[in-house]
Design a protein around this ligand. Structure first.
Ligand code: NAD
Length: 299
């Protein structure tokens, strides 16, 4: 069993840390929110009240933070950065969804101190974090991947080695850009059918057995009451927030510009999700984009 420090105990990090405790690891946790810390400590983790003391002697340091600036600050800040407190030979696993450039910058700075690093963003949402069934997309060397896999196995079901540092973030970005495009396309197709008198369940069944089949249609249908136990049938509560999809699409566009790639569908999806968020839907599930194409809104 390993000594693990876990920084960032929000919707995702909290349940991930709890799964490490359940697997028998010694887990010291820290978050700026005392409430978030208390919740995980109740489930068997320890805390030192600050991140610096938590990482002392830790073999693995895992972070699950909102954005690149937080990851940069937590590890590299000139005064409080953990880089000056993590033991040589320890392994940092950053599971936050951030830009690949920051992942590479942190990896390079830590390497100079003899500290290993992988970027390991996740897919699977809060449900996957609680159930321990997340997919991890790992960026790092073969040796680093081999070292982190047994730890990630405690929190996820599918652990992929995407490539070198930053590759995990790029894989996550590509996946979520495709997911957004599929969700927008599925939504407009279903609304087109409804506007022309079709029943959404009948149309969904036809398309999911035909060449339009895709994950958003078959397993996460955006039209209310086609499926049970999906956010669309629960007033778009729970699931994956519009704000987070808008954030991920911003990362996709940054990667696209940086590599001079052509991503017209992703660019359109980013604009649609930004507009949807600005209209007050930021905290709803991302399948609520379905309502943007509601023909009755236009009559
Ligand atoms: P969250 O806002 O619920 O949690 C983030 C936590 O980080 C908060 O508790 C906050 O207090 C803490 N934090 C911020 N700065 C800190 C610091 N300097 N030191 C310690 N703690 C600090 O976010 P979340 O939903 O848990 O998402 C975390 C990451 O996972 C994000 O990058 C997000 O894009 C990604 N992600 C989220 C989901 C999802 O469905 N929520 C799915 C996949 C990936």
């Amino acid at each position: 069993m390993a000594n693990i420090a876990f920084i960032g105990l929000g919707n995702m990090g909290g349940p991930m840390a709890v799964n490490l405790v359940k697997a028998g690891h010694q887990v010291c946790v820290f978050d700026l929110s005392e409430q978030a810390v208390a919740h995980v400590v109740e489930q068997g983790a320890s805390t030192q009240g600050n991140a610096i003391d938590c990482v002392q002697g830790a073999e693995f340091i895992i972070s699950m933070l909102p954005a690149g600036k937080h990851v940069d600050g937590v590890y590299l800040n000139a005064e409080s950065g953990l880089i000056n407190h993590i033991a040589k030979g320890a392994m940092v696993i950053d599971s936050s969804t951030i830009d690949a450039a920051t992942s590479k910058k942190v990896a390079a700075a830590l390497a100079q101190k003899g500290i290993d690093f992988v970027d390991a963003p996740v897919s699977g949402g809060v449900g996957g974090a609680v159930a321990g069934t997340l997919s991890f997309m790992v960026g790092g060397s073969e040796a680093e991947f081999t070292k982190v896999k047994p730890i990630l196995d405690n929190m996820g079901k599918n652990i992929f080695h995407a490539g070198a540092h930053g590759a995990g973030q790029i894989a996550k970005t590509c996946n979520n850009m495709l997911l957004s495009v599929l969700m927008v396309g599925t939504s407009e197709a279903l609304q087109l059918g409804l506007a022309n008198g079709l029943d959404a369940k009948v149309l969904s069944n036809i398309m999911s057995k035909s060449s339009g089949s895709n994950w958003t249609l078959d397993l996460y249908n955006p039209c209310p009451d086609v499926m049970e136990n999906v956010p669309s049938s629960n007033d778009y509560q729970g699931g994956f927030m519009v704000d987070l999809m808008a954030k991920d699409l911003g990362l996709a566009m940054d990667a696209s510009v940086g590599s001079q790639s052509s991503t017209p569908m992703g660019a359109l999806a980013r604009s649609l999700y930004a507009m949807h968020a600005a209209a007050g839907n930021g905290s709803k599930d991302f399948s609520s984009i379905f309502n943007l194409f509601n023909h009755s809104n236009n009559k």
